[in-house]
Unconditional design. Sequence first.
Lengths: 134, 209
Amino acid sequence: MKRTLLFLVMLLFILITLTGALYLFNQNQQKGGVSVGLIYYSLEVKFNGIKPDIQKSYLLNTTLTVYNLTILDNNVTIKVYPNLGYFVTSIDGVFNNINRSNAFWIYYLNNVRGSLAVDQMVPVNNTVISWRYE
Amino acid sequence: MNSHTKTEENTYEIISNFESTDEKLQTKALMIELGAAVLGINWLLITIPNVEIISFSIFFIGYLFRTKFALVTSLVIIFSWEVLASLTFGLGLLVFPLKVIGWLLFLIAGHLSYKFKVEKAYEFLIIGAFFTLIWDMVVTLGTSLFFITTPLEFISVYLTTFIFGINFTIIHVVANSYLFATLPYIERTVLPVVQINYDYLLQSRGVNK
């Protein structure tokens, strides 16, 4: 009796998990699936010799702004310009124009210099975000 | 008389040493044969996504053989297969520890199935489906575990990854269920052959069954 019950519980678990996941998968397909699809980002922070460079990969279920992505694992300070957006003033203790004169934090998306403020730029899937202190 | 007894004792000792060496060699030979057979068949199936016989084989080995032999053979199969086929591809290396955990669960399940006298095809089918699902869930942990840093992200990415891979999970579960359902027939065919030479490696079938 106990044994039959155990097998029934196992069967129920299998059915609920598979049908539930399949249902959610279909729901997502009907929605278009872009916003909850897996997004892959690669983030590089190049300290220009001051500290060892950082390279990380992220697999997310949503897109993020360059700012939100950068603060996931780094200490970032910013200055807010009301009409423009966020401007990064330091990453992990390396400050604009302080640790090295005339060197600033500039971001690149797939080796192309960013054209928007960090809180407004949302990279697409498979983007390499590169912060360079230059 | 005394020296004669001593000679007899020495002879017995030599014979028993030979027998023990013979048994060790036989054990290793069986391990290699099993490993080669599993790897060979799995290699043939490599082009079919999520259809594999490693899980079934490990369960079967756990079901049939004693703990030590089953564990060592399973580890030999797992490590050989991963080095041969998986570690160099994509996330292979990252999810490897989780795969090992998943497969060891199959081994434990096989062992327990024998202890609890699971014999019917439908019982094996359910066990196969259940542990395959668990295996997939454990291995899916790898993606979220290695890429995500915050707990909230971890849960959402884990669920998303699992849901997005559900088609592959279903193929895996269905294929393994079928294989597991055939276990009683395979056991009936294989057991008499194994019993001839490797009775000492089998779980105590005479007592329990």
